[in-house]
Write a protein that binds this ligand. Structure first.
Ligand SMILES: Nc1ncnc2c1ncn2[C@@H]1O[C@H](COP(=O)(O)OP(=O)(O)O)[C@@H](O)[C@H]1O
Ligand SMILES: [Mg+2]
Length: 440
């Protein structure tokens, strides 16, 4: 009996617990449902926000993309070269004009150090690196550079540091223009003016001077014969003869320089012409007793034929070689080389005449092709002026690179299809004139 009462109570309690549990369960389910609904609403809200942000982001990306494209097309359509580097001096951007001026492909230099392809011809540090080191911008700096195809160019550059929003330097950018053509035109114009003036003067006085000079030289030679070797007057007469010879040389050079050039064009091998020149140089050195100058030949062009006047080119090469020899009074090495450089389809032949002599002072290097510019006591200052006329007549170009106390190299670029200038030549003008090789 007792057992039954207990069983009944127990079952009643269990029902109450169950109802409470059920109630609790219901409550939790309801709360869970509410939370779920809230979560769903929040997710929908976030979805909407995300869609909006995505749309904004897409707009921004498109805007950025079109801005980048605009900047790129701006950079590629300007005629100035633009190169940017990071703090390590590695190229991060190089535009089309820079590719053209420097004769290279941007893809080949991206990420490379700027000095590996953008060198000043005097070997000094690139402006971009100088600006990064000094933390200063540079404006309108003119300098000569050598492209990777070994062509020398005049450029004018400005370098600015690139800063981030916090004004920290993150790189530098150089904007540069190719001034080579302008400089060359200026030079031609200057030379043309000088030529006209000198031509007129030379025509007037050269012949007037020459005839009496020849007489003085002739009579002095007769006079010299009348004196014994021991007679001090013989030395004086010899001085007169030497003086007239020097003067004659100057007048002859003046005439060569002033008269129009007539080229006798033939298909000639440049190395043959150079060999002939070197023969004369060696002979000149032998006569002067110079034994401490080594001559080195380095011809690297296999077929080096071109339409040219071999005599005139020989004259030009000779003047350059003799200047080189004269610059090496204490001995040294004269190197003559030929190589192919960029130019027309067939390429230019480049002749190099290099010495290890005194070099040319920076302050005067721009004057050396000027007629009458000389730093030598016995110089006429016409040797290089003649050289530059001969090279120009062949439609070629001449460049010089020099370092004081280290030496000088002259580069002569001769085009294979050079359309040379064959000026009309006035024979009457040259009557009685002998052309001597110039031992200037
Ligand atoms: N290879 C060279 N090394 C050093 N100086 C040179 C060289 N070639 C030319 N020069 C300089 O250029 C000047 C002009 O040369 P040039 O016209 O041949 O005249 P000149 O030899 O009569 O002085 C020289 O006086 C000299 O100062
Ligand atoms: Mg000379």
């Amino acid at each position: 009996m007792t057992e039954n009462v207990f069983a009944k109570d127990f079952s009643k309690n269990r029902d109450v617990d169950l109802v409470a549990a059920f109630h609790l369960f219901n409550q939790y389910t309801q709360r869970l449902e509410e939370a779920y609904n809230q979560l769903q609403n929040r997710v929908k809200e976030i979805d909407r926000e995300m869609a909006y942000t995505n749309a904004c982001l897409k707009d921004k990306v498109e805007e950025l993309d079109s801005l980048t494209k605009y900047l790129n097309s701006l950079l590629s359509s300007i005629h100035s070269g633009v190169i940017a580097v990071n703090l390590r001096g590695e190229v991060t951007m190089l535009n089309k004009a820079a590719e053209k001026i420097l004769n290279l492909d941007a893809s080949g230099v991206m990420g490379k150090r700027v000095e590996s392809f953008f060198q000043s011809s005097d070997g000094s540090k690139p402006l971009l690196l100088l600006a990064l080191e000094s933390g200063k911008n540079c404006i309108d700096v003119e300098r000569k550079i050598e492209t990777n195809k070994r062509v020398l160019k005049w450029i004018e550059s400005s370098v600015s540091l690139i800063k981030d929003v916090n004004e920290n330097t993150i790189g530098a950018v150089e904007v540069f223009r190719d001034l080579s053509e302008i400089r060359e035109l200026e030079m031609r114009l200057r030379n043309a003016d000088k030529l006209a003036a000198i031509g007129a003067m030379a025509a007037c006085i050269a012949h007037e001077i020459r005839n009496p000079l020849n007489s003085i030289e002739g009579f002095s030679a007769l006079l010299a014969r009348d004196f014994e070797d021991s007679d001090p007057r013989k030395k004086l007469v010899r001085n007169i003869i030497q003086g007239t010879k020097n003067l004659n040389k100057t007048v002859t050079e003046l005439l060569i320089f002033a008269r129009p050039l007539r080229l006798k064009l033939r298909n000639n091998s440049i190395s043959n012409i150079l060999d002939k020149t070197l023969f004369f140089v060696a002979e000149d050195m032998r006569q002067r007793g110079l034994t401490n100058i080594l001559i080195r030949k380095d011809y690297t062009v296999d077929t080096d034929f071109l339409q040219c006047d071999s005599e005139k080119l020989h004259q030009a090469f000779l003047n350059l070689c003799l200047n080189a020899v004269q610059s090496m009074a204490c001995g040294g090495c004269l190197t003559i080389f030929t190589r192919l450089v960029e130019g027309n389809v067939q390429g230019n032949i480049q002749v190099g005449i290099s010495d290890t002599g005194t070099g040319i002072k920076k302050e005067v290097v721009h004057k050396i092709f000027d007629p009458f510019f000389t730093t030598k006591q016995e110089g006429t200052g016409l040797g290089l002026a003649i050289v530059s006329r001969i090279i120009e007549a062949h439609n070629g170009k001449i460049y010089v690179e020099s370092m004081e106390d280290r030496g000088t190299t002259f580069y002569i670029n001769l085009p294979r299809n050079g359309n040379c200038h064959t000026d009309v030549f006035n024979d009457a003008y040259l009557k009685n004139e002998t052309l001597i090789p110039q031992f200037v």
